[in-house]
Unconditional design. Structure first.
Length: 86
């Protein structure tokens, strides 16, 4: 796999390819006119900022700091984890 440092040095198109092939999608959120998608790759997160009106990716941000994932927490539903038969 690719480390955070290596990911950050990739050209934009290669970052997109890496996310498509290797990353696990977690959740998305909407803020103003943008959608933000959160992925997990290796041992770090990748946030993709997307403009639905322009139909283009505006930016890709990779990080390890869990505090940066806080805006997504309200949109993650883990109720199925508690509803399983035991």
């Amino acid at each position: 796999m690719i480390t955070l440092d290596d990911f950050q040095t990739l050209p934009f198109d290669e970052k997109c390819d890496c996310i498509t092939v290797f990353a696990d999608y977690i959740v998305y959120r909407v803020e103003k006119e943008r959608k933000f998608y959160l992925y997990y790759l290796e041992n770090y997160f990748v946030e993709v900022s997307y403009s639905p009106t322009k139909r283009e990716v505006l930016g890709i941000h990779a990080f390890k700091n869990m505090n940066l994932a806080t805006p997504y927490l309200r949109d993650i539903d883990i109720s199925d984890a508690f509803n399983s038969s035991r």
